[in-house]
Design a protein around this ligand. Structure first.
Ligand SMILES: NC(=O)c1ccc[n+]([C@@H]2O[C@H](COP(=O)([O-])OP(=O)(O)OC[C@H]3O[C@@H](n4cnc5c(N)ncnc54)[C@H](OP(=O)(O)O)[C@@H]3O)[C@@H](O)[C@H]2O)c1
Length: 295
């Protein structure tokens, strides 16, 4: 397994999220190629996206585009058993389930190894020692180069980090202007403390489309929109550009995972890296979202 992870990971501040690429295969293929050609180097998957169809489509693209596999970081996520056949959705980090899931990812992607494997949502019944043994076996077999977590609280990160025997390189959590928990609940502070890369899923939730949880009140959201429009005019961009600049400003080096399947949107999201976003505007948006003046 070549150790390509660190160089490629840091060559682009944004990653591309493949959750929607199988909704329309033609559009999805164009989106992945647009992301690759415009400079994205980390591609995020999960075994459950499209019921496995997103990984399979991505595997087809890798066989089609010469040199792409070697140039990118393939990140995949496992650990969720979807609901079905009378079973409720379960998070399952058992040895048998994780081992089978990893093999399924490799088979659908058609690759020999995954560069970074994340535990998708934390199994509250997990034995972290067993998880460490699964990691060690997958690593020794050349199937997975490195590991991380997703949707993990700071306490869960500490608990797994203490037992799994590998550094946890990433924690992928929802961060957007509607859901700002990671900024204030210790998640990003812990990333800085332990050198973990925070990744923001649904980075434009609330702006490109309605937020999942509607965490902000209508009054707070009105303030956010007014502040976004003021800042968009100042920086000659749009609400999405300001939203991404706000994420990128944080010293923990948040990696927004762009999930659009529109090539122009995929490309223009990269422009946010060059917005000379000020500390003052970061705090102004923070105050608008929280609906309070900081003391
Ligand atoms: N770990 C987890 O639990 C978890 C959960 C969810 C997602 N994820 C990861 O995070 C990635 C990103 O999430 P997401 O797909 O919700 O990403 P997103 O970038 O926040 O949203 C993309 C969606 O917004 C739409 N959109 C509307 N207006 C837009 C605009 N002006 N600019 C850009 N997009 C606009 C896009 O439509 P078009 O496609 O038509 O452009 C697309 O449907 C996923 O692909 C997945 O890899 C992880």
């Amino acid at each position: 397994m070549p150790n390509i992870f660190p160089t490629h990971y840091s060559s682009c501040r944004l990653g591309y999220g493949c959750m929607r690429i199988a909704d329309d295969r033609t559009k999805g293929r164009q989106a992945v190629i647009a992301a690759y050609e415009s400079g994205y180097r980390l591609f995020d998957h999960a075994d459950i996206y499209g019921g496995g169809a997103c990984e399979s489509l991505f595997g087809d693209i890798l066989r089609e585009v010469s040199g792409m596999r070697e140039a990118i970081v393939i990140q995949d996520k496992v650990g969720i058993r979807p609901a079905g056949s009378g079973r409720t959705c379960q998070y399952d980090f058992s040895r048998e389930y994780l081992t089978t899931a990893i093999d399924g990812c490799l088979r659908r992607l058609g690759v020999e190894h995954i560069d970074l494997l994340l535990l998708h949502r934390i199994d509250l019944l997990a034995d972290p020692v067993v998880v460490g043994e699964v990691f060690a076996a997958a690593h020794a077999a050349g199937k997975v180069a490195s590991f991380g977590v997703s949707n993990a609280s700071p306490a869960q990160v500490r608990m797994f980090a203490a037992h799994v025997g590998f550094p946890l390189l990433a924690n992928q959590v929802e961060i957007n202007l509607d859901r700002i928990d990671a900024v204030i609940d210790g998640t990003l502070d812990q990333c800085l403390e332990l050198d973990i890369s925070p990744q923001a899923w649904c980075p434009i939730g609330g702006i490109g489309y309605p937020a999942w949880g509607h965490n902000a009140s209508p009054a707070q959201w009105k303030l956010v929109e007014a502040e976004l429009d003021r800042q968009a005019a100042t920086y000659a961009t749009d609400r999405v550009g300001i939203n991404l600049a706000w994420l990128l400003k944080h010293p923990a080096k948040i990696m927004p995972l762009i999930g659009s399947t529109t090539p122009e949107r995929i490309r223009s999201s990269l422009d946010a890296v060059n917005i000379p976003y000020s500390r003052n505007d970061w705090y102004a948006l923070n105050e608008a979202r929280r609906g309070i003046r900081l003391p």
